[in-house]
Design a protein around this ligand. Structure first.
Ligand SMILES: C[S@@+](CC[C@H](N)C(=O)[O-])C[C@H]1O[C@@H](n2cnc3c(N)ncnc32)[C@H](O)[C@@H]1O
Length: 263
């Protein structure tokens, strides 16, 4: 009996060592939020994505992420809250792209007093939308609505995007706004990879999936809003290092936020 176990045990042990080394190697070269590759389009990035993990946020199983943000805001949220407070003096509707299960809706409410008639619409991927709807039901929130395509919204007085534009292929935010019946007066954007070099697409490993990820050129990014009739009122940066292995010239050390107002 013991010789059988021994005979079975050895390859089993070797297999476990190999698996453990493979896991360690994988973790080393695929740190969460790390980047790889430079591509022209989302389709090119998707074609190049490793096959051992799913592709895109919808398959990332992210519905329970960011839950800590529901209970309050952090330093990076303050510029958003500062300008949103102003915007809410006249604005009564918000369209938010990539708002997850309501991270900003719940988090900002800890420091902002929302008008009683405020309507907040979040557009996100289907799995997140479904989790957001469940949470809103549990919390008895009737002024928070979820959609999976921006065309389901007629637009809003205020548009928000925090850490989401980089994951969206098309339409761009300016195109979404252009298609709305209600034209926003305020556009608030936070935590967006915008730098001085040429725009490009890379791949980000988010732990459970690879995502195509757009890095924007600042002049182009701001120019698109200005061409669409918005003025840049304020912009800010937070420290965050971005390195694309093998592409040193595409490194930068800050993420950006913007407040645009309809001219
Ligand atoms: C990094 S999270 C940011 C979440 C939240 N706004 C925050 O500040 O913590 C990116 C968000 O973008 C959403 N997202 C990714 N691709 C999207 C798409 N094509 N359309 C809408 N939302 C998308 C994700 O599901 C996720 O909620």
């Amino acid at each position: 009996m013991s010789s059988t176990l021994h005979a079975r045990g050895k390859p089993f042990l070797i297999q476990r060592i190999v698996d453990s080394l493979r896991r360690r190697y994988f973790a080393r070269i695929n740190r969460v939020n790390s980047f790889r590759g430079v591509y022209s389009t989302f389709a090119d990035a998707q074609r190049a994505a490793p096959r051992f993990k799913p592709f895109g946020y919808e398959l990332a199983n992210s519905a329970n992420w960011y839950r800590n943000k529901l209970n309050g805001i952090s330093l990076e949220d303050y510029p958003m809250v500062y300008w949103l407070r102003d915007a809410l003096e006249s604005g009564r509707s918000i369209f938010e792209i990539g708002g997850h299960v309501g991270v900003a809706y719940y988090g900002y409410s800890k420091v902002l007093k929302y008008p009683p008639d405020l309507q907040w619409t979040i557009c996100d991927v289907p799995s997140v939308v479904s989790a957001g709807e469940n949470l809103a039901r549990e919390q008895g929130r009737t002024n928070l609505r979820f959609i999976i395509h921006p065309t389901e919204s007629e637009g809003a007085d205020i548009v928000l995007a925090a850490g989401s534009l980089q994951y969206i292929d098309s339409p761009s935010l300016v195109e979404m706004i252009g298609a709305f019946r209600v034209r926003p007066r305020h556009v608030l954007i936070n935590i967006t990879p915008v730098y001085e070099g040429p725009s490009f697409v890379t791949l980000q490993y988010i732990g459970t999936a690879f995502c195509a990820y757009r890095i924007f050129n600042r002049t182009q990014f701001v120019g698109e809003f200005e061409d669409a009739g918005f003025s840049l009122v304020d912009s800010w940066q937070k420290p965050r290092t971005t390195r694309i292995p093998g592409h040193r010239e595409k490194s930068f050390d800050y993420y950006s936020g913007f407040y645009f107002r309809a001219a």
